[in-house]
Design a protein around this ligand. Sequence first.
Ligand SMILES: Cc1cc2nc3c(=O)[nH]c(=O)nc-3n(C[C@H](O)[C@H](O)[C@H](O)COP(=O)(O)O)c2cc1C
Length: 167
Amino acid sequence: MKEAVRLSDYAEHIQEALSKGILLNTNGDKFNAMVIAWGNLGLTWGMPTFVAYVRESRYSKAQIDKTGEFTLSIPLGEPDAVITKVCGSQSGQDIDKVKEAGLTLEPSEVNRTPGVREYPLTLECKVLYAQEQALSGLPDVLREKFYPQGDAHTTYIAQILKAYIIR
Ligand SMILES: Cc1cc2nc3c(=O)[nH]c(=O)nc-3n(C[C@H](O)[C@H](O)[C@H](O)COP(=O)(O)O)c2cc1C
């Protein structure tokens, strides 16, 4: 069962959970989940949106670009150490994260990308805008710290279509 929630009731929780790592799920060639800690919940073009930052080298980037959507799975308590390790350091290019991290998939309401029961707070997101960041626009100190190999982030602004807790 899915219990709809108001985003404003969970904004602070999402901000806190992000700092420890939440899951960005995609479903291009197959289901995949990656840990993200950078992101923004907000309003863009008058709509509730989530902004995600995904590096060029991530398997997840190719998947988002194929489908134009992602589903966020957010723990209600502390993040699971195995999920963080598997989904935050290994690539879906090489492994099946559902199996390796022991994820239980839950079909989404609108998206083709499922949520994850272990992280029940779920946001179904549809990409409205994607842009690779121009590293030349960054202060030197950030470019040198975060992009020594030039592996830029793409900024994805996505409309939040659904927000609910999987019970
Ligand atoms: C706590 C944590 C936060 C992370 N945040 C991001 C992020 O915001 N953006 C990003 O591109 N990668 C981030 N990563 C790295 C990816 O999760 C990692 O490279 C992952 O293996 C990519 O999976 P994929 O190749 O299957 O997409 C983070 C990793 C950890 C452990």
